[in-house]
Design a binder for this molecule. Structure first.
Ligand code: AMP
Length: 287
């Protein structure tokens, strides 16, 4: 497996990208905030399978955190990240410092698309503006052929796809399935904030999604009944706050009233000091 070449500056990055390009290699990009786990590594594996050169970026993007969120305590585990990336094989790790991405005087932001308005957009004002701005900058820096994102952040993947379409960014977006623990908890860098008791309560998110899927598979078509069941599950398991539990159209992210075609159940809840999100695609089978 190639040991990743770690680059910090735009000049080094552009040089490496130009070398790969002149050798006729296709480039896959995996943007991350580090604290890597198997979910991130699944994106790297997909990039390796589908592209000749894999570039992973590690940058904890300050502009996507709200003023009272966990930017300062967000886990930073660079050494271990690099070990993991060597194990799966990564060509280049781009790990810029803050001024490399946001130099003094930086003042241009990307206004996120309509699909960013609800859910995470409502709960975390400014979050998606930070995401679209940094992701577009990474796209411009790397010029990748394909960029890989996780279904885990379902709304984020839609936001990025819409930005790419609207602004004609020359990159293909691939969305890879959510990687879960054996009991269903979606892997997340924030899971390391959870103590044992909170870890068991956090499973409520997955259980509420499963309950929604089961209800629909048994013929329930009223979104309101399904969402009520999801909330009930979350409350029973003792989450500390529910931000939302909804059934949405996978393209527009608008809530549906009846489940008539492929729908996505989305949930966000707080357990102890930790805010978690998850989602699950639901297909209404024949009744
Ligand atoms: P983050 O470091 O949290 O910004 O995530 C970087 C990328 O990894 C995003 O595209 C996420 O959607 C993706 N990701 C995070 N957790 C998972 C997971 N459990 N399964 C698949 N992809 C994930």
């Amino acid at each position: 497996m190639p040991v990743p070449r770690v680059v910090h500056s735009v000049r080094q990055l552009r040089g490496d990208v130009a070398d790969a390009r002149s050798a006729g290699r296709t480039i896959g990009l995996v943007p991350t905030m580090g604290a890597l786990h198997e979910g991130h590594l699944s994106l790297v594996k997909a990039a390796r399978e589908q592209c000749d050169t894999t570039i992973v970026t590690i940058f904890v993007n300050p502009t996507q955190f709200g003023p009272h969120e966990d930017f300062d305590r967000y886990p930073r585990t660079m050494e271990r990240d690099l070990q993991l990336l060597s194990q799966v094989g990564t060509d280049i790790v781009f790990a810029p410092d803050r001024p490399t991405i946001f130099p003094e005087g930086f003042s241009t932001y990307v206004e996120p698309p309509a699909v960013a308005q609800r859910w995470e957009g409502e709960c975390r004002p400014g979050h998606f503006r930070g995401v679209t701005t940094v992701v577009l900058k990474l796209f411009n820096l790397v010029g990748a052929d394909v960029a890989f994102f996780g279904q885990k952040d379902f709304q984020q993947a839609r936001v990025i796809q819409c930005m790419v379409d609207d602004l004609a960014v020359p990159v293909s977006v691939r969305v890879c399935p959510t990687v879960r623990e054996s009991d269903g908890l979606a892997l997340s860098s924030r899971n390391r904030y959870l103590d044992d008791a909170q870890r068991s309560r956090a499973l409520a998110l997955w259980n509420s999604l499963l309950a929604a899927k089961q209800l629909v598979e048994r013929g329930e078509r009223q979104a309101r009944s399904v969402c009520d069941r999801m909330r009930q599950r979350l409350i029973e398991s003792g989450v500390d706050r529910i931000d939302y539990a909804a059934l949405v159209d996978p393209v527009t992210l608008q809530p549906v009233e009846r489940v008539q075609q492929r729908t996505v159940a989305i949930v966000a809840a707080v357990v102890g000091p930790t805010r978690l999100i998850d989602n699950l695609e639901i297909e209404p089978g024949p009744i």
